[in-house]
Design a binder for this molecule. Structure first.
Ligand SMILES: [Zn+2]
Length: 269
């Protein structure tokens, strides 16, 4: 079985991410990522963009696709047509398989009016909108903007837009499960649930956390909604694959590790 990583970051040789990668015993470089993909039979990865809106700044190796990452301030101007044009230029490219929003890091809800043109484009190109949900890195961010219930609002207001709830709203798992179960246009990526290299006793020490993950994934009763993802370079691939195997029943591995991402992001690989 080959794997698709539905959520990673590609910022090779950036010092801040090098340190994060060191903590995960990963090598934050193209060669390092290629080696991981080869070792773990990963056929494709989807980069959550952090490089701004210019298409030329969003160039990635051939084994990767990307979601164009949008920060709230980029759409905050009264006339944001230049930003919208750039987003559309990305969406026209086959390598660009979706849109990524980062609420929580900006104090703007995803239902803010500034995002209306983004949702129109997502519908026009039939490419999903992936949204950071749940815990944020750093204490300056405000969690209510990244709470999974915000996805419910957006999904109801935009029934023809497909949403991906990144990180399953962790640790707001109960709320995330309600949103995922209720809305046919919401799926989930299981990235960012652990980070760094795990200690050998991790799974035993955190058995209740794993049980909570199993509980709220099982509750949804629809494994076609869940995608394997890591948040690399924050994560160690061996640990992350093991975690996913522990929280997903084996009969659904093919769907969760590969097929769902292939369908949701329309990857023709
Ligand atoms: Zn991420």
């Amino acid at each position: 079985m080959t794997i698709i990583d539905a959520h990673l970051h590609y910022v090779p040789e950036v010092k801040y991410f090098n340190t994060i990668a060191d903590n995960a015993e990963s090598e934050n470089s193209e060669a390092g990522l290629r080696a991981e993909f080869h070792a773990h039979h990963i056929a494709c990865g989807i980069v959550m963009g952090n490089a701004g809106l210019n298409p030329e700044d969003n160039r990635f190796p051939d084994f990767l696709r990307y979601c164009i990452g949008i920060e709230a301030y980029e759409l905050g101007k009264r006339d944001n047509s230049a930003a919208i044009d750039k987003i559309e230029a990305n969406l026209r490219r086959p390598q660009c398989v979706g849109i990524k929003l980062y609420p929580g890091y900006s104090s703007v809800y995803i239902t803010d009016r500034r995002y209306e043109p983004v949702y129109e484009l997502a519908e026009k190109y039939d490419k999903p909108v992936a949204v950071h949900t749940g815990q944020t890195a750093g204490s300056n961010a405000m969690l209510r903007y990244s709470h999974p219930l915000t996805i419910d609002d957006a999904a109801v207001l935009h029934p023809h837009v497909r949403f991906v709830m990144c990180h399953y709203g962790n640790p707001f798992l109960m709320d995330a499960a309600a949103v995922a179960e209720k809305n046919g246009n919401v799926s989930v990526d299981l990235s960012g649930l652990i980070e760094g290299k795990l200690s050998p006793s991790y799974f035993q020490e955190q058995c209740h956390y794993l049980e909570a993950l199993r509980t709220w994934i099982t509750y949804v009763e629809d494994y076609s909604k869940f995608m394997f993802g890591t948040d690399w370079p924050l994560a160690n691939y061996s640990d992350y694959i093991e975690l996913t195997r522990q929280i997903i029943p084996e009969k659904h591995w093919e769907a969760v590790f590969r097929k769902n991402a292939e369908r949701i992001y329309q990857l023709h690989i």
